[in-house]
Design a protein around this ligand. Structure first.
Ligand SMILES: C[S@@+](CC[C@H](N)C(=O)[O-])C[C@H]1O[C@@H](n2cnc3c(N)ncnc32)[C@H](O)[C@@H]1O
Length: 279
């Protein structure tokens, strides 16, 4: 029997992705899972992850930094009485993703995950099978109606109760031409007056741009455009929102855990995070 916790070899189809046969194309979502310490990656993903890590050692750190923010933000929101989440651009729901963090604190928490990548969606649905407090939508963050009008969201969430919108490490996939600030407002307005948004954004940084150059050299799939914004530009996305304490800050400094010393070395990260609500 295949142990679902065991990382799959190149030859054995993993139990969470039974359709995969032989050596599949590596996926960035599984590379991220590997960096996060998960078990949903294949030999080809691990090889790609090691290549990236050699060339751009800050990438695994950045992935963990965003995921750590997600954990702290969801924990804070659940403690504040928010038990419903809409997560934009979720990637694989493994290793401390929203439902794991939230349901550990309050089992009835409900989560609508979304992603544009059909492979990520299919594999994620396998992973979430049996959890009727989660749904995983195949949707484009730039098409809010695909998420907000979906029967899955309408069936799972009660919009008369508080909902949090999570935009963690995803808005760099949304170009200015798609109106990211207007999109945030559309989501938050539709998700009820108590809706809060937790946002983290990778910022423009020379190391990041170098890493993306390598990404396109190493990763043999079309590489999307990235909109890495400055911290001031990320702040502009929240115009019209009230940003709550501690404000828009470098990701490790957003309510760090009491027992850890936040990493303040600017070489190690290039991103900022905030929690905001409607004015
Ligand atoms: C950097 S990962 C972040 C995953 C997760 N939010 C986290 O913090 O671990 C970005 C994810 O957004 C997805 N994505 C990219 N463009 C998107 C779009 N237009 N709509 C929805 N998801 C998108 C990608 O497929 C990927 O899984």
């Amino acid at each position: 029997m295949i142990n679902p916790k065991t990382p799959a070899s190149a030859d054995v189809p993993p139990i969470w992705a039974p359709g995969i046969i032989g050596a599949p194309t590596p996926k960035i979502a599984r590379v991220r899972d590997y960096w996060l310490g998960g078990s949903h990656h294949l030999a080809t993903d691990r090889r790609l992850a090691e290549q990236f890590t050699l060339c751009a050692p800050q990438l695994p750190y950045l992935v963990r930094t965003h995921r750590d923010f997600l954990r702290r933000a969801v924990t804070r929101l659940v403690r504040d009485g928010v038990h419903q989440f809409v997560d934009l651009g979720s990637g694989m729901p493994t290793v401390g993703n929203v439902h794991e963090v939230a349901q550990r604190l309050t089992p009835e928490c409900r989560v609508v995950y979304t992603d544009i990548d059909p492979v990520v969606v299919t594999e994620s649905r396998e992973l979430l099978a049996g959890d009727d407090r989660t749904a995983y939508l195949h949707a484009d963050v730039c098409r809010p109606e695909q998420i907000l009008d979906s029967p899955e969201l309408r069936g799972l969430l009660d919009l008369d109760e508080p909902v949090a919108l999570l935009a963690v490490d995803v808005l760099h996939h949304v170009p200015d031409s798609a109106g990211p600030a207007e999109l945030l407002t559309t989501y938050v307005n539709a998700l009820g007056p108590a809706c809060q948004v937790a946002l983290s954004h990778t910022c423009r940084h020379e190391q990041m741009l170098d890493a993306i150059g390598l990404y396109s050299d190493i990763y043999h799939e079309p590489v999307p455009e990235f909109a890495f914004r400055s911290a001031a530009e990320v702040g502009d996305l929240l115009t019209g929102f009230e940003v709550v304490e501690p404000g828009l800050v470098p990701i490790p400094l957003w309510l760090p855990d009491a027992d850890t010393e936040p990493d303040q070395n600017p070489e190690h990260f290039s991103g900022c995070a905030a929690l905001a609500r409607r004015r």
